[in-house]
Design a binder for this molecule. Structure first.
Ligand SMILES: Cc1cc2nc3c(=O)[nH]c(=O)nc-3n(C[C@H](O)[C@H](O)[C@H](O)COP(=O)(O)O)c2cc1C
Length: 379
């Protein structure tokens, strides 16, 4: 009976989003729409009535979805990926919407306006089910954001994504490392895990931490200041060669990082999985469906390369339970998304979780842990 009611709720939500809300939201320019949705989410989650409405519409939990990763307890494995909440403003909304965790940021050491063209740094590619992103790490900076979050009581695990400020094209290793450390220090005691984003495709100095020496220097510096019992994950780009991935994975193991986030956005020049006519702006990188297969393949490869020793957060083109389950059975411990929620509506979070319960049951698993890597066996 309860499942029937949940199916009816999902159907009403999905039809309302597809035929009423999305056509209105998609009338606005994407960056404007992003800002309006965040403003609406802030209003909705500011008081208990609004949060109850969100919960009534979207919330779903089931005991088989509970999972513990690196000592952190997650009520379900579906989280918000970095980049939706760049200033950490909506932490009260995510638990009510049914997310198991949320990764905030990316935050940078300095205040970062992002790339030029404010209001025109996102492009929808609806047929490709993708968003072309050219933000360039706009955020209010780690100091101000950490101050605004320091007294918050989070009810789900919170990831803090740290990136290097995108203010100059000149790469200076020591300054870049100091920039990351500034964010880690500002967020000491705030949130549950850190992600080190070395893979933003939209920065002026490119991705200098693919280089082994630079990466070693960064990870050594992080190791010296890291908090006890706080996992650190490294976020990789989508378009690396296997050799480049292996260097990063081996460095993560060597420096005792806890895991990896796989992956960041896909650059169109390395990707054929989108409809060419939709690419009207020739900078930036793509989220969503064009990234799905590539990111899952990276999950598969890294799970094997690390022999399951690194935690994997799988992200890229997750629209439904099958997509999430594919990441998990390929080796991901947790899954994140943004684009699925934008294209199909926020009810996808609960629906993915509800579908995961069924998929686990079908495969005879009692927990997410049992499913991790089950279709990518190590032995
Ligand atoms: C609008 C937008 C902004 C993003 N900004 C960031 C960011 O600041 N840091 C980061 O690590 N990833 C960022 N990403 C990448 C996402 O975290 C994620 O890796 C990617 O979108 C793939 O997931 P999806 O297909 O579910 O959207 C951004 C993605 C989008 C759509």
């Amino acid at each position: 009976m309860i499942n029937f009611l949940l199916s009816v709720r999902a159907l009403i939500n999905s039809v309302t989003y597809r035929f009423i809300l999305k056509p209105v939201i998609f009338l606005w320019k994407p960056e404007i729409a992003h800002n309006k949705l965040k403003a609406f989410g802030k209003i909705m989650s500011a008081n208990s009535f609004g949060r109850s409405v969100l919960k009534f519409l979207f919330y779903y939990q089931h005991k088989s979805l509970h999972t513990v990763v690196d000592g952190i307890s997650y009520s379900n494995p579906i989280g918000l990926s970095a980049g939706f909440d760049k200033d950490g403003e909506l932490t009260d909304a995510y638990p009510a919407m049914g997310f198991g965790f949320a990764e905030l940021g990316s935050f940078t050491g300095e205040i970062c306006p992002g790339n030029p063209g404010v209001g025109r740094r996102l492009f929808r590619m609806p047929k490709s089910k993708s968003i072309l992103v050219w933000y360039g790490l706009n955020n209010q900076g780690a100091i101000a954001i950490s101050k605004s979050l320091k007294d918050k009581k989070f009810t789900i695990p919170i990831g803090v994504s740290a990136a290097k400020s995108n203010l100059t094209a000149k790469f200076v290793l020591a300054n870049s490392i100091a920039d990351y450390l500034k964010t880690l220090q500002a967020f000491t005691g705030i949130g549950d895990y850190f992600t080190i984003n070395i893979s933003c495709p939209n920065t002026q100095d490119s991705e200098p931490f693919i280089d082994k020496n630079n990466l070693d220097a960064l990870l050594s510096a992080i190791s010296k200041v890291r908090e006890k019992n706080r996992p650190i994950y490294i976020k990789l780009a989508a378009d690396l060669s296997e050799a480049e991935i292996d260097i990063i994975v081996d460095a993560c193991l060597e420096h005792k990082m806890d895991g990896v986030v796989l992956t960041n956005l896909a650059k169109p020049e390395f990707n054929q999985e989108y409809i060419k006519e939709e690419l009207t702006f020739h900078k930036g990188a793509m989220s969503g469906l064009p990234l799905q297969r590539i990111a899952t393949n990276v999950v598969r490869h890294v799970y094997r390369r690390s022999q399951g020793k690194l935690t994997i957060i799988g992200v890229g083109g997750v629209f439904n339970a099958d997509d999430a389950y594919e990441k998990i059975t390929s080796g991901a411990n947790l899954v994140e998304l943004i684009t699925g929620m934008i294209f199909d509506g926020p009810q996808v979070i609960g629906e993915i979780n509800r579908g995961l319960v069924e998929l686990l049951k079908k495969d005879g698993f009692n927990s997410i842990e049992q499913a991790v890597g089950s279709r990518n066996p190590l032995f």
